[in-house]
Design a protein around this ligand. Structure first.
Ligand SMILES: [Mg+2]
Length: 255
């Protein structure tokens, strides 16, 4: 009898805990999407990744193609994505193949300027109108990202990216490895810095890649962007995943 009672009690407690955990999981997922949307509508700052988010292409691949080493660098990017190489090592290795001169970078920007993703200009303008601070945080190169920022009326001191270094004669001299964006986890460090510097309480990060997703936290929310390329692991882990900037503009119309 005692055993039966114990068994009954146990069964009841298991049933209760299962029910509780199921409803918690469901409500967390549900709230997460609406919470992310609300955080976006109320954000004090919005940070965008650049390659394959604000622009359609990957800056480093375009630079490599332009310098005639596209295939070698694409192969290296593929290997780096699947392996355990740090961001800095991967960047060092690819740049040591590209070895672009200052002149080549300038010519790339003039001849093949980065292509803005549809809707980004309107979205940034709308955010600015709402007094939201907009930042670009990129693992790509400052000289290219600054060109993008200018087109979007984003102040250049709101750009965080890697700096290429050149000798006086314009030859490639490496990159500034002291920039936070040169390291794995660098985007998160930039966001922590922004929160400290400006006192932002709510910062939203938007991007296509794993390094963007990993910046949340410290970002208050993350929005996955699949308008140029869909990365399944990012899509799966994003509480809000959009494939066009129109979806974000529509959300801003709510208030
Ligand atoms: Mg990207």
């Amino acid at each position: 009898m005692k055993d039966l009672l114990l068994l009954l009690l146990l069964r009841t407690s298991i049933t209760t805990s299962t029910t509780t955990s199921t409803s918690t999981t469901t409500s967390t997922t549900m709230t997460s999407l609406s919470q992310t949307q609300e955080l976006f509508r109320r954000a004090e700052a919005v940070c965008f990744d650049v390659d394959s988010t604000v622009i359609k292409e990957e800056g480093i691949d375009e630079l490599a193609k332009f310098c005639g080493v596209g295939d070698a660098v694409t192969e290296m990017t593929r290997k780096a994505m699947g392996g355990s190489v740090t961001f800095k090592t991967a960047l060092t290795e690819r740049l040591s193949i590209i070895r672009c001169s200052r002149e080549q970078v300038n010519k790339l920007i003039t001849d093949h300027p980065p292509q803005l993703t549809a809707g980004i200009k309107e979205l940034v303008a709308r955010l600015h109108k709402r007094n939201v601070k907009v930042f670009l945080i990129s693992g790509g190169f400052r000289c290219i990202v600054e060109h993008v920022a200018t087109q979007l009326d984003i102040p250049l001191d709101h750009v965080y990216a890697n700096r290429l270094k050149f000798y006086f004669n314009g030859e490639y001299a490496g990159f500034d490895d002291s920039q936070p964006t040169a390291e794995s986890g660098g985007k998160g460090r930039v966001i922590s810095m922004l929160k400290e510097q400006y006192g932002f309480k709510s910062v939203v990060m938007i991007g296509d890649g794993a390094t963007d997703l990993e910046a949340c936290p410290p970002a208050s929310a993350f929005i996955g962007f699949g308008g140029n390329v869909i990365r399944p692991q990012v899509k799966e882990r994003s509480s809000w995943y959009v494939t066009s900037f129109g979806e974000l503009l529509k959300e801003l119309e709510k208030i």
